[in-house]
Design a protein around this ligand. Structure first.
Ligand code: ZN
Length: 505
């Protein structure tokens, strides 16, 4: 058997010529690598067994298999160069879309693993890539690594170490690079297996077989007579001899005419994900490829299968509790609060001070349903939108946007001639209680106020007189209260008042 290293020798010169990029070249201006896939073209021995037993295992189970996938994003030693999480998640979702037809669906296992290692981040040969995979693979999951340079290709699967490596500039959804490499990981060969490294010549007779890595591989005939023995061994993938990247369009997956060893002619079909067509026509796995991948998971990777996993879809609607539409909020003390969305485990929150979501003030991923906002722009309308997500569904639409105004709510009219401000710490915790600070007041003014804590329906739950304050600090014990939204109201001697909401959690 030919090992990984000899494959490197076999394609090494071609790969290395791709890697003469200038140091410091930013990833934005990298062009795509010339090589689509650097997976060593070896037939997986398990695949022979699957192909001999396609009928027997057809009905092993029809259930959708939810498979954990660990994502590793590489950066340089100094922590720069990470591919954006959004880009990786979108590519992940496109990959999952491609796998929907197979009844295999991936979910992201745990947090994304960020790794700082310049050598792994940009590896022109397989050595550092293998080391990266061996060092970081998480058991009980398929592992995928997002790097800057992946052995000079868009991606590869390393059979020796069982990891998929993807170049960040090939995550473009149209390429389906991720689905292609996971196809390899689940034992699928290229549809043109045997032609890797050999260029099909339309003007020359097509041989019966090709000498390939120390053995003969039969060339697949158009009449299907040798489909099980030839090429990829699948009878429902059409003959394909093209081991170079070729173009096709969404509505026409057909390429050049291929002539088989018997002189029969058909146009090559690039719809299969395991072909080398580049472009939007590539979106299919065949029925037999699907069976083989499912057999690989059920028979040879049982540690990936957890039948108890239940997937619940995440709707994009979010009920934003605070601020309300057109609310006026304190520009340097504003917060967001929303209702948790069924099945969502985290949220992407964006706040913009412009009518469109660009130059964002906030673009964060949080697990909570509360966020303290940074300083907003005074007397300006702001927009917030929230995208509920889960490890099963890291892509979704944003909620409807909510508009609110940032202003200076100094309440000076309550105490003319002062800079009075009531600052309520949000969110408050049931254990620690509610803390309030009364800023900018003379002691004589402080002595004339009292503070009420009411529930959201206006029912008084507690009150404090000024002699119970500690200087300008006010503290409510909340141990007996239920979590929820409450209202803090300061009332002056003359009956004037201001209120602010507090979240108890
Ligand atoms: Zn490939």
């Amino acid at each position: 058997m030919i090992n990984f290293n000899s494959f490197l020798l076999y394609t090494g010169v071609a790969l290395l010529t791709l890697l003469l990029s200038t140091p410091g070249y930013s990833q934005e201006i990298h062009s795509q690598p010339e090589h689509f896939c650097a997976t060593p073209p070896e037939r997986d021995e398990r695949l022979n067994y699957y192909q001999q037993n396609l009928g027997n295992y057809r009905f092993l189970t029809d259930d959708t298999q939810f498979i954990p996938l660990k994502i590793h994003i590489l950066g340089r030693n100094d922590g720069t160069g990470y591919t954006s999480r959004t880009m990786v998640e979108e590519a992940f979702c496109k990959m999952n879309e491609a796998f929907q037809q197979t009844g295999i669906q991936f979910f992201i296992k745990g947090e994304i693993n960020y790794i700082n290692n310049t050598e792994w981040y940009s590896h022109s040969s397989f050595g550092p890539g293998s080391e990266m995979i061996l060092t970081n693979n998480v058991p009980g999951a398929l592992n995928s690594y997002i790097v800057d340079v992946a052995a000079g290709a868009c991606g590869y699967y390393s059979p020796a170490t069982d990891g998929v490596v993807l170049a960040n500039n090939c995550l473009d959804p149209a390429n389906h690079t991720w689905a292609h490499e996971i196809g390899h990981q689940l034992t699928l060969p290229h549809t043109f297996f045997g032609w890797e490294g050999t260029t099909y010549e339309p003007d020359e007779p097509t041989p019966e077989r090709i000498w390939f890595r120390g053995g003969w591989v039969d060339v697949e005939k158009m009449d299907g007579s040798n489909c099980r023995e030839a090429a990829d061994g699948f009878c429902d993938t059409a003959p394909d001899y093209l081991s170079f990247r070729w173009g096709c369009s969404a509505n026409n997956p057909l390429g050049i005419f291929l002539t088989d060893p018997l002189g029969e002619t058909e146009r090559v079909n690039g719809a299969n994900i395991m072909s080398y067509s580049s472009g939007p026509c590539r979106h299919d796995f065949s029925e037999e490829q699907t069976q083989a991948m499912r057999m690989n998971i059920l028979l040879d990777r049982p540690d990936l299968v957890d039948q108890t996993i239940e997937y619940g879809p995440v709707a994009p609607e979010v009920n934003i509790i605070h601020p309300t539409q057109d609310d006026i909020v304190q520009y340097d003390d504003a917060y967001l609060k929303w209702e948790s969305v069924p099945n969502a485990t985290y949220y992407r929150v964006q706040v913009s001070a412009l009518p469109i979501f660009t130059n964002l003030l906030v673009d964060e991923v949080v697990q909570d349903t509360f966020m303290q906002l940074p300083q907003l722009i005074l007397e300006n309308e702001h927009l917030v939108r929230i995208k509920p997500l889960s490890e099963f569904q890291p892509c979704n639409d944003f909620s409807e946007r909510r508009a609110f105004i940032a202003s200076e709510l100094s309440n000076t009219e309550l105490f003319p001639g002062t800079d009075f401000k009531m600052k309520v710490v949000n969110p408050a915790s049931l254990n620690r209680g509610v803390d309030i600070e009364l800023k900018g007041l003379e002691e004589s003014d402080l002595r004339s106020v009292r503070i009420h804590l009411s529930d959201i329906n206006g029912r008084l739950v507690s009150q404090l007189e000024s002699q119970q304050f500690t200087g300008n600090k006010v503290h409510f014990e909340t141990g007996r209260l239920a979590a929820g939204i409450y209202v803090v109201t300061l009332i002056t001697e003359s009956g004037g008042s201001i209120s602010e909401r507090v979240i108890l959690q």
